[in-house]
Design a protein around this ligand. Structure first.
Ligand SMILES: [Zn+2]
Length: 145
């Protein structure tokens, strides 16, 4: 963790507390003496994601957040709170898994969005499932009723 004032790597933690899934740390730079605050979050749980192309990558909450953020853009639920909420629903559901597929993650996001906003839900579903026919889209839309 570099000091934002002088970029020294020598900083020490003077206070640390958990704020939900994040840890807020008060640090002091040993180079220049300035104090600053960091919010640290475990970026990667120890979970693998099986992708559709057969490759595997570590699960990242930030990737889920990016997808949700795109889906909610300009809808009634276009705010950071919704993005964080949906991502944490997914995170909680995969937390005790070793491996999860992108399809499963997609379903979890869709379920969470469906309860919050229909436009965001349909937008996510259309990007996610790459509907190859109007029928698929209509079926999803009918699910809402
Ligand atoms: Zn410094």
């Amino acid at each position: 963790m570099k000091c934002p004032y002088c970029e020294s790597d020598n900083t020490s933690v003077v206070d640390s507390r958990s704020v939900s899934a994040r840890v807020r740390r008060r640090r002091e730079c040993e180079g220049c003496g300035h104090r600053f605050t960091t919010y640290e979050e475990a970026e990667s749980l120890d979970i693998d994601v099986d992708k559709r192309d057969g490759s595997r990558e570590p699960f990242r909450v930030s990737k889920v957040e990016d997808g949700v953020r795109r889906a909610v853009k300009d809808t009634a639920v276009d705010d950071d709170e919704t993005v964080r909420e949906v991502a944490s629903v997914v995170k909680a559901r995969v937390a005790d898994r070793d491996v999860v597929s992108t399809d499963e993650i997609g379903e979890m996001v869709m379920e969470a969005l469906k309860e919050r906003d229909e436009v965001a839900y349909l937008r996510f579903a259309s990007v996610y499932e790459k509907f190859d026919s109007a029928k698929g889209f209509v079926e999803r839309a009918q699910d809402l009723e």
